[in-house]
Design a binder for this molecule. Structure first.
Ligand code: DQA
Length: 145
C-alpha cells in the first residue's frame, strides 16, 4: 500500500502560525507523525507540501497509477479550489480530507469544502491526530475495496 499525503498553503508554518488554532507542533512534527504511523501500519508514504494551487493539482494528477490513495489537507484552497476538486475526481483515487482545526466552528467562508466533495471521509478539529485517523481510515478503505 502506497499513499500520498498532501498539505496545502501555510501548513509549512505550523508551530509559528496561529498556535491557538493549529497547535505548537511544527511541520516537521507533522511529517514525523505521518511517517511513524505509516511505518507502523506497513504503508509506504510520500508527504508533499505546497503553497501553490497548480503544484497541488500537478501532484494529484501525478498520483494516478502511482499511489493507492490520498490524504489531503488543502488548507485555504479547501474553500476555493474547484481545480483541486476536479483533479481528485480526475484520478479517482480514494481520498480522505483532514483539517487540524474544527472548520465547522469557524467563519462562514470556511463552511464549504470543494475537495471534501471528492473525499470518502473528513477529520477535523483533532489537531495532528487527525492525520493518523485519516491514514487508518484510508488503509481500512483500501483493504475493503
Ligand atoms: C485548515 C483550515 C483552513 O480553513 C485553513 O485555511 C488552513 C488550515 C486546517 O487544517 O484546520 O490553512 O485546513
Amino acid at each position: 500500500m502506497n499513499i500520498l499525503v498532501i498539505n496545502g498553503p501555510n501548513l509549512n508554518m505550523l508551530g509559528i502560525r496561529e498556535p491557538d488554532l493549529y497547535g505548537k507542533e511544527d511541520y516537521a512534527a507533522l511529517v514525523a507523525l505521518v511517517e511513524e504511523t505509516c511505518a507502523q501500519e506497513g504503508i509506504q508514504v510520500e508527504v508533499f507540501q505546497s503553497n501553490h494551487e497548480g503544484a497541488i493539482v500537478d501532484k494529484i494528477q501525478g498520483a494516478y497509477g502511482k499511489f493507492d490513495g490520498i490524504v489531503i489537507n488543502p488548507a485555504a484552497y479547501t474553500h476555493t479550489s474547484v481545480a483541486i476538486l476536479d483533479a481528485l475526481k480526475a484520478v479517482s483515487l480514494p481520498a480522505v480530507e483532514v483539517h487540524i482545526s474544527d472548520v465547522s466552528q469557524r467563519e462562514d467562508f470556511r463552511q464549504v469544502s470543494y475537495a471534501g466533495m471528492a473525499c470518502i471521509k473528513t477529520y477535523m478539529g483533532l489537531g495532528l491526530e487527525g492525520y493518523r485517523q485519516a491514514i487508518l481510515s484510508l488503509k481500512a478503505h483500501l483493504q475493503n475495496h
